[in-house]
Design a protein around this ligand. Structure first.
Ligand code: AMP
Ligand code: GLY
Length: 427
């Protein structure tokens, strides 16, 4: 088979790495890819949101399967375009991807399907927000732009002033453009966050192993929100019994509801959860693998990923066996100094040869570029250094050992990735 992976981050390198292990696969392309995907795939200089050029390429090269990494092309209808052209694609249609593309839609789906989530109100102008805040005497809320905002659309507010300021930025100043035409105002939830991803074929779901992301830039969850500074799997806060409830009370109702609405969900459905006293509530749905979660979850997959994806596309997931390694995984993101704010690119990365010699360790590239034999930084999140171990502790130690071999000017990374897992376990 010829496979095309769409995207350029650590998630896409992890997908390419996993797909390269399949004995069904002869050739992999990655568009646009990065310095790491270049070693396993042929990078094609087409941007992930250039849907018609991607479909032209897939048609011309007779690609057997296209796997879409990021949300933007999914929400914009890449799967629909490929299917119209008779091309195999792994990822939901635009209507199904609305579960990520519109927070208001996701909340409506959850409400109709009885999925546990925070109480919410949908607001379309600042006067309505003022009225809501006064009527309910709201002191705390999560204020969220409805549409895609590259992970930056959520404000956690702890006073009326903060709620109104967030509403102003989104609705009046329009900092997210059209994505901020509507705002979801949600009850603030407390607890431990974790993610569960599931393969879906429209009717059936199969849960992957759990994981937890670290969204803040600095140790001890301080500093600004980022795309994710690291992840580990499994998340001990999600016990086996809880997984069953997540399947029954979250994933199955979600895909049933989408099917009922004429948007059967095929691809990976990601549920961001808040866990408190063994109760779960959904914070968000994403229409794809998480990044960096994919970099901690995919290395634990023992079954051929391409086989699973084809089962999803062909509606045969029910019969598909999926096996996971008992090993834990930890992924530490190495970022450019200044990220998630301004940062410099083009720094040479040293020590990748040394880290490559370590066992059970994989260095996934995100913002990197290969020039000749050298690798240079080319983005905010630069590398995702992942290691497997018999315990979370062992995977953390191995990942940081690999991190210690790698350097580039002004790099920064968190030193406490996986630490939450150890704390939770001790409780
Ligand atoms: P979302 O994109 O909706 O997952 O929100 C991004 C982050 O904001 C989440 O990972 C949480 O840390 C936080 N968040 C979102 N909604 C809530 C909520 N209702 N209560 C508490 N924290 C929230
Ligand atoms: N790591 C969070 C996300 O992929 O949305």
């Amino acid at each position: 088979m010829k496979v095309l992976v769409v995207g350029s981050g650590g998630r896409e390198h992890a997908l390419v790495w996993c797909i390269a292990k399949s004995n069904k696969v002869k050739k992999i392309y990655c568009a646009p890819g990065n310095g790491g995907t270049a070693s396993l795939a042929e990078n094609i200089p087409i941007e992930a949101d250039d849907i018609s050029s991607l479909a032209d390429f897939a048609g011309k090269e007779k690609i057997d399967l296209t796997v879409v990494g990021p949300e933007a092309p999914l929400v914009a209808g890449i799967a629909d375009e490929f299917l119209t052209r008779g091309l195999n694609v792994f990822g939901p249609s635009a209507n199904a991807a609305m579960i990520e593309g519109s927070k208001a839609f996701a909340k409506e789906v959850m409400k109709s399907a009885g999925i546990p989530t925070a109480f919410f109100n949908l607001i379309t102008n600042i006067d309505e927000l003022q009225e809501l805040v006064q009527r309910k005497n709201l002191q705390k809320a999560a204020v969220k732009a409805d549409g895609l905002a590259a992970g930056k659309g959520v404000f956690i507010c702890n006073s009326q002033q903060e709620i109104m300021a967030a509403g102003n930025k989104i609705l009046q100043e329009g900092i997210f453009g059209g994505a901020g035409k509507r705002v979801v105002v949600e009850e603030l939830l407390e607890g431990e966050e974790a993610s569960i991803l599931a393969f879906c074929d429209g009717s059936t779901v199969k849960l992957m192993v759990s994981s937890q992301d670290h969204k803040r830039a600095l140790d001890n969850d301080k500093g600004p929100n980022t795309g994710g500074m690291g992840a580990y799997s499994p998340a001990p806060v999600i016990a086996k019994e809880l997984e069953k409830r997540i399947e029954r009370d979250v994933m199955l109702p979600a895909i049933k509801e989408l099917k009922k609405r004429g948007a059967p969900y095929v691809g990976v459905l990601y549920a961001g959860l808040m866990v408190s006293n063994n109760q779960i509530k959904v914070l968000e749905f994403n229409a794809r693998f998480g990044d960096p979660e994919a970099q901690a979850v995919l290395p634990r997959l023992k079954t051929d990923l391409v086989e699973i994806m084809l089962s999803c596309i062909n509606g045969k997931l029910q019969k598909q066996k999926i096996e996971w390694s008992e090993n834990a995984a930890c992924c530490v993101v190495m970022a450019s100094g200044g990220y998630p704010g301004n940062y410099e690119k083009g720094k040479e990365i040293f020590g990748l040869d040394k880290s490559a010699k370590l066992h059970d360790t994989i260095v996934f590239h995100a913002g990197t570029k290969k020039i000749g034999d050298k690798i240079f930084s080319n983005g905010g999140r630069v590398l995702g250094v992942t290691a497997l171990g018999k315990t979370i502790n062992e995977s953390i130690e191995k990942a940081y050992k690999a991190v210690s071999k790698i350097s580039f000017e002004k790099m920064h990374f968190r030193r406490d990735i996986g630490g939450r897992a150890l704390e939770v376990k001790l409780q």
